[in-house]
Design a protein around this ligand. Structure first.
Ligand code: DNO
Ligand code: MN
Length: 355
């Protein structure tokens, strides 16, 4: 297991690599070229520079989160082949630079969605939260504005203003796309890129839909054990794997996270560990990582990962905002560092008691 932290790059992140390096047990960074747009080819030089910057601080670039996928690929438009070609060129450049794990998602239009980016908890900390009843009241055309307004001046990953300016057109291209078609488009994409992944040993790790149900009537397909295993079977190459994100998959209490870990054994290339607290149907807050602060059992999850042979990259997912830190919502230093310490403690204990 390698403990990592997500970092958005010097120009975008409030957290420094120096500070990340000081968290005990963190050796790796997952990062991205944050200012590239879906569909662009990532220049090799820029990837090498990112790697150099991270290595200069004593950490390693353990993987990319994310290389985002152009909506033409997701919707299966005629121009998708051009964008798949570009994706392959990006993969080649990442492979040349020695990158071997890529996280991505296949959610139409939006990446993750929340109804509040700074809900105040009784202890004064703030968290991201989701309430379907509130989302239902929002016109999808204005959700991006509302999210970005609450982002404390940071650009939210997956909510790029230029892309969101075209939200109506984006919605329009999915009008006739069914879940079955979206699934077929994903399989088409994966089959096209697998030879390049083989060449460089790149593990693709699809991130579950967040939350794990359709939002704004858009189709969603990576949201349950059955759907995930269906994808892994459709493209059986072991390089086709998943990001096991407890907060996303676990947003639906019907998803049995422990069962899923065993069902996809050997195919989890990346794990995002985060706790959430259910408040009823399709309503939850994010929580600190501690099991007793939320609804998920972190010890049981980490034990299942270990027992099923997981040996890849982990990162704490969103944290709370605490100790007056100003950061991109979910991505402050302090609470994620607490999460790392807690998860490392669980991992070490499990290792020692089992020996
Ligand atoms: C939230 C984050 C996601 C993730 C993307 C991957 O859980 O982990 O925003 O980065 O969905 O493409
Ligand atoms: Mn995640």
């Amino acid at each position: 297991m390698e403990m990592t932290l997500r970092w958005f790059g010097e120009d975008f992140d409030s957290v420094s690599l120096k500070n990340i390096r000081q968290i005990p047990g963190v050796t790796g960074i997952v990062s991205t070229l944050y200012d590239t747009k879906p569909g662009e080819v990532w220049p090799l030089e820029r990837i090498r520079n990112l790697k150099k910057t991270i290595e200069a601080s004593g950490l390693r670039l353990a993987g990319i989160e994310s290389v985002n996928i152009h909506d033409a690929i997701k919707a299966g438009l005629p121009e998708r082949d051009k964008y798949i070609e570009n994706y392959i060129k990006t993969l080649e450049n990442l492979g040349e630079a020695g990158i071997d794990m890529i996280c991505y998602n296949f959610m139409p239009v939006f990446d993750w969605t929340r109804s509040d980016l700074a809900k105040v908890l009784p202890d004064g900390s703030t968290v991201l939260s989701y309430d379907q009843a509130l989302i239902d009241k929002i016109n999808p055309d204005s959700i991006a504005d509302q999210m970005n307004k609450k982002a404390q001046g940071f650009e939210l990953p997956g909510w790029e203003p230029e892309r969101m300016a075209q939200i109506k057109e984006l919605f329009a291209i999915y009008e006739t796309v069914t879940e079955e078609q979206l699934f077929d488009n994903l399989v088409y994409f994966l089959n096209k890129i697998m030879p390049t992944c083989e060449k460089y040993g790149i593990r693709m790790a699809i991130h579950p839909d967040d939350p794990a149900w359709p939002v704004f009537g858009l189709p969603r397909i990576i949201n349950s054990e059955a759907n995930i295993t269906k994808l892994l079977e459709a493209v059986p190459n072991p390089l086709n794997g998943i990001t096991f994100c407890t907060g996303s998959l676990g947003s639906n209490p019907e998803n049995d996270l422990i069962s899923t870990i065993y069902a996809v054994k050997g195919r989890i290339h990346f794990a995002h560990l985060r706790n959430i607290k259910y408040h009823g149907y399709q309503k939850f807050d994010e929580a600190s990582h501690l099991s007793s602060d939320g609804s998920l059992d972190m010890v049981a999850i980490i034990k299942a990962l270990r027992d099923s042979g997981f040996d890849s990259i982990i990162r704490p997912d969103h944290g709370r905002q605490i100790w007056d830190e100003i950061s991109m919502p979910g991505y402050g230093l302090y609470d994620r560092a607490l999460g790392v310490a807690y998860m490392n403690g669980i991992w070490e204990t499990l290792e020692k008691v089992s020996n």
